[in-house]
Design a binder for this molecule. Structure first.
Ligand code: KG4
Ligand code: ZN
Length: 338
């Protein structure tokens, strides 16, 4: 079976082709970073308009890189939620038209399920059950993945997502957009222990997360740490320390709660996914500590951590194999639960 998948839930227009078990024949991503950069965040109306402009060539490019045509495709998969409704609509409408024209199955996929299973795209050893941590711009959730399609939500953020905190802190520190990569880069020259920042444990047993207090603490530290007399060099060093300390505070919380979940549910396999899992510091810290605890730790390569079509195709293939498909009444759902 060969499927085409479309992902347009936020600001990246993505398409991918997968065949057989899990062989990625192509994965094309058209980033809108340059469009949203000047606003310091994604502007939903601009994102959906840009998806309309891009979707046709992104799909054509994915087919051409796979050296296939639409006639070779057995099903069209598409992200149906959660996400920005205007952005989702473009992908869903385009996928419907392809499925209708070709008379092939249409398969709606949950974006978070795509992220959760994304480490399976390249790690054949990763099997159920596993503890899956999904951390992106819109989500910070911890799951017990028991089997395909059987996920228990163990904890989630009660306010901001960790990726959102990276983006907001980067804006505060005037480092640019998106926040994750710029904070990671800046943190390399900073000391993660230089600035004392809070960790929100929310109680000893809790598997939920909270990052809004941390964000406020960064703002307070910034106001206290800099004044009119601060020289350029001193200012640059302080910003680097603050970026490193913030990154460490996020890491400490994500790490401890993930290990706690693995221990509580006696699960040996742990997977870390979503845009924030691109972060080299987090990848290293999480994998070192998880392995030190005797756990098997799995990550996707960075191209499959941020939004991409391959992760949607992977779930779509499984749905197709299980005989699950949708009809043309499929609608996007901005708050689709997993
Ligand atoms: O998964 P994703 O592409 O989109 C959503 O589903 O939200 O994640 C985007 C998020 C952004 O908040 C971005 O700042 C964050 O992932 N991100 C990172 C890094 N690269 C992207 N966060 C920390 N470090 C990174 N290197
Ligand atoms: Zn995502």
């Amino acid at each position: 079976m060969t499927v085409l998948a479309i992902e347009s839930s936020c600001d990246d227009t993505c398409a991918a082709v997968l065949t057989g078990e899990n062989r990625v024949l192509s994965s094309v991503v058209s980033s809108q970073v340059a469009l949203h950069e000047i606003y310091g965040g994604v502007v939903p109306e601009l994102a959906s308009r840009r998806h309309c402009e891009n979707i046709r060539w992104v799909v054509e490019e994915a087919l051409s890189e796979a050296e296939l045509s639409l006639e070779d495709i057995d099903a069209v998969c598409v992200t149906r939620g959660p996400g920005l409704v205007g952005s989702l609509l473009v992908g869903v409408a385009y996928a419907k038209s392809l499925a209708y024209a070709r008379k092939i199955p249409l398969i709606g996929v949950n974006h978070v399920e795509g992220h959760l299973l994304s480490p399976m795209l390249t790690n054949t050893e990763l099997d159920f059950p596993f503890i899956g941590l999904v951390v992106s711009g819109g989500h910070t959730s911890l799951y017990l993945a028991k089997a395909w399609h059987d996920y228990e939500l163990l904890g989630r953020t009660i306010d901001d997502a960790a990726g959102e905190a990276f983006d907001k802190v980067a804006r505060m520190l005037e480092l640019g957009f998106p926040g994750g990569p710029v904070i990671e880069k800046r943190a390399q020259s900073g000391n993660p222990e230089a600035v004392k920042l809070p960790r929100a444990w929310l109680g000893k047993e809790s598997l939920d997360f909270s990052f809004s207090g941390l964000k406020t603490a960064v703002r307070t530290a910034l106001e206290r740490g800099l004044n009119r007399e601060t020289g350029d060099q001193e200012r640059a060093a302080f910003i680097s320390d603050l970026a490193a300390s913030f990154q460490e505070a996020v890491t400490a919380v994500l790490l401890r709660k993930t290990l706690l979940a693995a221990e509580r549910f006696q699960v040996k396999n742990v997977a870390f996914a979503g845009g924030v899992s691109c972060n080299g510091y987090l990848r290293r810290r999480m994998s070192d500590e998880a392995r030190a605890q005797g756990l098997n730790f799995f990550l996707a390569p960075p191209a499959f951590c941020t939004d991409n079509g391959a992760m949607i195709a992977q779930v779509g293939l499984r749905r197709l194999a299980a005989g699950l498909s949708d009809d043309l009444s499929l609608n996007p759902s901005s708050r689709l639960p997993l």
